[in-house]
Design a protein around this ligand. Sequence first.
Ligand SMILES: Nc1nc2c(ncn2[C@@H]2O[C@H](COP(=O)(O)OP(=O)(O)OP(=O)(O)O)[C@@H](O)[C@H]2O)c(=O)[nH]1
Ligand SMILES: [Mg+2]
Ligand SMILES: [Zn+2]
Length: 290
Amino acid sequence: MALIGTICKIHNNIFTLIDTNKKELLAYKRKTIKNPTVGDQVEYESSSQENLITKILPRKNLIKKPLLANIDFVFLVVAIADPDYSFYIIDSFLSYYSHLKVTPVIIFNKNDLSNDAQKQKLKLYDKLGFTCFFLSALSLSKEEKASIFKLINNKTIAFAGNSGVGKSTIINQLFGENFIRTGAISEKTKKGKQTTTQTILYYNLEHNCFLVDTPGYSMIDIETLKDAPIDKLFPEFLNLNDQCKFDNCKHLTEPQCAIKQATQNGEISPSRYDSYLKLIDELKKLKPKY
Ligand SMILES: Nc1nc2c(ncn2[C@@H]2O[C@H](COP(=O)(O)OP(=O)(O)OP(=O)(O)O)[C@@H](O)[C@H]2O)c(=O)[nH]1
Ligand SMILES: [Mg+2]
Ligand SMILES: [Zn+2]
């Protein structure tokens, strides 16, 4: 009978698996197995010499950047300050996850470094219906921890977001000191010194969850969106889409566009419409006839 495990780390074609008893083991893969990915559920054979992955089980989803399979929630970590955030980057990540059918949860971190006005601007995402946390990883309250734990029980979650936003710090605060190494930002270069370099899936027994710390990515893999209906990835556009004059309205220069009107009268946030335009622009660079 085939054994089943989850890939939690890949290094030089050696795979660290967590088996169904939550024990770690090392495995190779059969040559015919293509592109196993962290998060994959696999079948493997075990002999006295080695463990050999023989099959990748069907994936629930696949994120390309960072490469990860079978994620229930992505915790998109955004620092309110240091490093500065950009609406466009937040919106492109949210559109990307929506397209990949992965549910995002937004953690606005480093609240200790920000003022109320900055926070207020980001409340936009709460109103759009995204699950949001505003916190400081360095001083997480019991209540904050409890509400995060409630969400992640029995789930596989990945922490994503730019380098230095506090992904590893949050994981350490939730799951214990030094669970994962964090980097101290060098004041001179503002570059993480001990930044996460590998995508690794960890198992946490107490909350029966798998979690992935990922290296920081500043931008999505835009290619993934090249055939996506971008306007359908902005939830606040959805109710208005059919009110545009033209059925095939792209909400760019067309007359009597309900999306543009809603942006002008403040129903849609200008930063969101801007992000929409920028995404379309970026995609045009890939595909001349968008
Ligand atoms: N002031 C403040 N600093 C924080 C907070 N959270 C994290 N930091 C600091 O920010 C720096 C970067 O944190 P990390 O957790 O290493 O960031 P990361 O997102 O894992 O970064 P990469 O691994 O490079 O992708 C560290 O010096 C942390 O101590 C916070 O809430 N407030
Ligand atoms: Mg890190
Ligand atoms: Zn329109």
